[in-house]
Design a binder for this molecule. Sequence first.
Ligand code: SF4
Length: 286
Amino acid sequence: MNLIRAEVLGYCMGVRRAVHMAREELAAAAGAYRVYTLGPLIHNPRVLEQLRCQGMEALDETDLPEGLGAAALIIRAHGISPQWEAALVRSGARLVDATCPKVKHSQMKARSLAQGGYRVFLAGERHHGEVIGIQGYAPQCLVIADPVEAREAAEQLYQEAPAAKTALLGQTTIAPDEYRGIAAAIQASFPDLEIIDTICRATMDRQQAVLKLCAQVDALVVVGGRESANTRRLLALAQAQGKQAWLVEAVSDIPAEIRAYPVVGLAAGASTPEDLIDHIAAALIT
Ligand code: SF4
C-alpha cells in the first residue's frame, strides 16, 4: 500500500500548548497537590488516558467539589467566561490558563467592543464552551447560529435601536462561507457592521489538506477521537468527495478491507498527537 500523509495534520497550536501546559503542571505537582481540568482537556481518549495516569482529574463543569484550595485547575484551550473564572478563583484553586491565544484575542475583542458601546453579534454554536466563554465578555451579545437567525436578530435590534453600533465576532472554527453569509444577513439591517476576523486557519488548513489528499488517493484514514468535532468534520469532508474513509482512534479500528486500496491517505484532526499518527501510519504500511 502506498500511504500519503495530508500536508497539514494533527495538533493545532492551541491544543499542543494546552497539553504541554498540563504536562508541565503535572510534573511540577509530582503528586504533592491535585491537578484538575474543567471537563476533558482534549477530545482524544489516548491523550486523556496518559494524562489521567499522570494524575490529571477531569471535573464536571456543573459540579465542582468543595475546597479546591491547594489544587491547580487548568482552563482548557477554548477558554471560560470571566464570571466562571471569578467563581473558580473564589473557590481557592490556582488557575492555569491554557486558553488558546486566538480565543483569548476574541474574548478581549468582545470586551473592548462591549465597553465601546457596540452591540455584538457572535456567530457560532450556542452551547460550545468557546462561545459561552466569549459571550461572558460581552454579556449583551447576540449569539447566532446561521444567516436566518442573524437576519431575525438584526431586524429585531433595528426595531429597538436603529442607530446602534454593531460588530460581528465568530467562533474560531466557523467556516468562512458561513461567516460571510451571517455578516451579509446582519448588514441588511446594519450596513456599517464592523466585521472582526476571528477565524482560526488551523481548521481550514486541515480541511483543505484533506480535499487535496482526496484527489490523490483511493481511500482515506482520519486519525482522531470520535468526540472530536473537527476530526468528524474531516471524515465527512472526505466522504462527501466520494472517498471511502474511516475514523481511526486506535490500530484496532483499522478495517481489514483497507488492504484492497492501493493508495491510502492519512489525515488527522487538530486534537490528534503526532505519536498516534505515526503509530497508525506504521500499522498501515506493515
Ligand atoms: S483550532 Fe485554532 S483557535 Fe482552536 S485551539 Fe486550535 S489554534 Fe486555537
